[in-house]
Design a protein around this ligand. Sequence first.
Ligand code: AMP
Ligand code: ZN
Length: 137
Amino acid sequence: MPDDCIFCAIVAGDIPATKIDEDDRVVAFMDINPATRGHTLVIPRQHADNVLEIDEEDLAAAVKMGQRIAKRAVRGLGADGVNLLNSCGEHAWQTVFHFHLHVIPRYQGDPLQLPWIPHPGDQEDIAAAAAVLRSTS
Ligand code: AMP
Ligand code: ZN
């Protein structure tokens, strides 16, 4: 684990966080820069840089915790929907390099926007990418 990992420091209790739930594998706490009301992060206790590195059981625990928090956001906060988001790597918007799952409650009319403009792709390239993904171990 890196000495300067801010999320490891939260797990250790060395810096404060507004925790909402935890179990033996993961901790859930409020994001300090919430995209919407109720924006929560779920992290493994054991440091892993990203989704490529995280232990599979920790990942499963994080997703299950994310689902529980999503349900609470709908029931408790009146969210109209939820985004579960993970960024892996600086070119994919990751800024804190300890795996985290964002749970972002969504509300009708909130200002968040889809970060890409959907348009039909090149069919040959879609098929070529699919072939690579199918055959790569
Ligand atoms: P990402 O950009 O996907 O790596 O997300 C990192 C998230 O961590 C951002 O949404 C930050 O607002 C959040 N964050 C950074 N430091 C803290 C902290 N000390 N407590 C809570 N959330 C934090
Ligand atoms: Zn860490």
